[in-house]
Design a binder for this molecule. Structure first.
Ligand SMILES: *Cc1c(COP(=O)(O)O)cnc(C)c1O
Length: 470
């Protein structure tokens, strides 16, 4: 048994390069990438051979080399970010990318993203334009604000607002509003990063107008109100209304800033949901600057939208920090397209997926669940499928207490644990993300399009998700 002999059987790189499989691979992925793939697999193979016990084993490994190279190169070139099916029912699922952008807008978005656009070019006058110009007027018309702009996300909005208005000075905020949003966004930390000194007033559950009044000094540069979008303090509570704050902020000429978080532009109570304060309400009640996310209840791209008095927005546009936080052409295009839908409420609840899913009547969700159930049964797979009622959440820290009456299919399969099925669903060619409720898999269909039900059922069948492996 001479291991050196085994090593000699490994084909030389030149020989490999002449095989049809490798030639095809080079055609698709280029020579450099294939060569580095060959080197990687060769290294692995050498290590394996040095551990092989028998010649047979070594030969088999050598024979598998080309396949391994092929697999390795293909895998490396496959994008890691992939489409998943959201079976959790959570509409703004942060881990799944929050708001899906309307398919209706994709063609135009692709056109502009893959070509050039008048992002910062004024076509009428043939000179430099402003990247906010495409949606500033729209935002003003919809919200009643004087001016508007957008940055990378709403965390950036808060940072930019405080940095512009309150750097080197003080900003007052109620202790009841010192929130933490997922992803470690904390008001005190953002405040510190902005260069403003935070002045906390009131207590966790109660803050009075006089608390704010007493805290105002020569150094006060802003009053910040934060919408506690992802939790609620209930019971013995009190907070100061925007109207009252606006009165003192006007009197002392201190800008009143409101971080709304979710940024709803329509009255959700018309659709049976809790009334969530709208952006328009903030402006009407006297906020000087308001900011909110583009990809929460607005249903657009990730962005932080800042609206309010022109004199403050102008200062922010000029801040150096804006250059670091600015939006790109994808966002600017998607934001304009999203906001255009808001010109008509009938359209917006139909064309903006987030709003469509949130306002979806129960009968529609139930119909989709029945369709999924029918398709699953058609496939004759093992397992026990049942239509079931459930509750969806809005997610993304928006309307945290709201539960939407929803429907789905619960699945159990003899001999396979729910955890095992959950894993298998997650590893499908198009992964399905689900919840486990009472030890059963629950696919909430709220966020799944009806036209995908058949494809899902077939995929489950083809990949033998419910078959026990013996
Ligand atoms: C979500 C949220 C933010 C952060 O917004 P992103 O767009 O996620 O950066 C800030 N403030 C409030 C109140 C929020 O709800």
């Amino acid at each position: 048994m001479n291991k050196n002999e085994w090593f000699k059987r490994i084909p030389k790189v030149d020989i490999l390069l002449e095989t049809e499989e490798i030639e095809n691979l080079i055609e698709s992925y280029g020579r450099t990438s294939v060569l580095s793939g060959i080197r990687e697999e060769m290294d692995i193979l050498r290590k394996q051979i040095s551990q092989c016990e028998t010649e047979e084993d070594a030969i088999q490994r050598i024979e598998e080399l080309v396949d391994k190279i092929q697999e390795g190169v293909e895998k490396k070139h496959t994008p890691n970010m992939e489409l998943v099916i959201n079976g959790t029912g959570t509409v703004l699922h942060t881990n799944l990318g929050r708001a899906p952008i309307s398919k209706k807008h994709m063609e135009r978005l692709a056109l502009i993203a893959s070509g050039y656009g008048n992002l910062e070019y004024n076509l009428k006058e043939g000179r430099r334009g402003e990247r906010y110009s495409h949606f500033e007027e729209l935002l003003c018309e919809i919200t009643g604000a004087e001016a508007a702009m957008a940055v990378n996300n709403n965390a950036s909005s808060v940072l930019l607002i405080l940095n512009t208005l309150a750097k080197g000075g003080e900003a007052i905020v109620s202790r009841g509003e010192l929130i933490e949003i997922g992803g470690k966004f904390r008001i005190p930390d953002v405040m510190e990063a902005s260069g403003a000194v935070m002045v906390e007033v009131g207590t966790t559950n109660k803050t009075h107008l006089e608390d704010y009044e007493k805290a105002i000094t020569e150094e006060t540069k802003a009053i910040l109100k934060v919408h506690t979008s992802n939790y609620q303090v209930v019971g013995f509570t009190e907070s100061v209304s925007m109207e009252e704050l606006s009165a003192i902020s006007n009197e002392r000429d201190i800008p009143l800033v409101e971080d709304l978080g979710s940024g709803v532009l329509i009255d959700l109570s018309k659709y049976g949901l809790t009334y969530e304060p709208r952006v328009q309400d903030s402006i009407e009640k006297g906020a000087d600057v308001v900011c909110f996310s583009g990809d929460k209840l607005l249903g657009g791209p990730q962005a932080g939208i800042i609206i309010g008095k022109k004199k403050y927005i102008d200062q922010m546009k000029k801040n150096q920090l804006t250059r670091a936080l600015r939006i790109d052409k994808f966002t600017a295009t998607a934001l304009e397209l999203t906001l255009l839908e808001y010109l008509s409420e009938e359209n917006v609840v139909k064309n903006i997926p987030v709003l469509e899913m949130i306002t979806m009547p129960y009968e529609v969700v139930e119909k989709k669940a029945k369709k999924l159930l029918r398709e699953l049964k058609k496939q004759n797979m093992p397992g026990d499928y049942k239509l079931c009622g459930c509750e969806s959440q809005i997610g993304g820290g928006s309307l945290p207490l709201e539960r939407l009456k929803s429907a789905g299919v619960s699945i159990a399969s003899e001999g396979i644990s729910a955890a095992e099925i959950e894993t298998r669903l997650r590893k499908l060619p198009i992964p399905i993300i689900v919840r486990i409720v009472n030890d059963e898999i629950l696919i909430d269909v709220r966020c799944i399009e009806e036209k995908n039900m058949q494809m899902i059922a077939k995929m489950l069948k083809e990949n033998r998700v419910f078959e026990s492996v013996s």
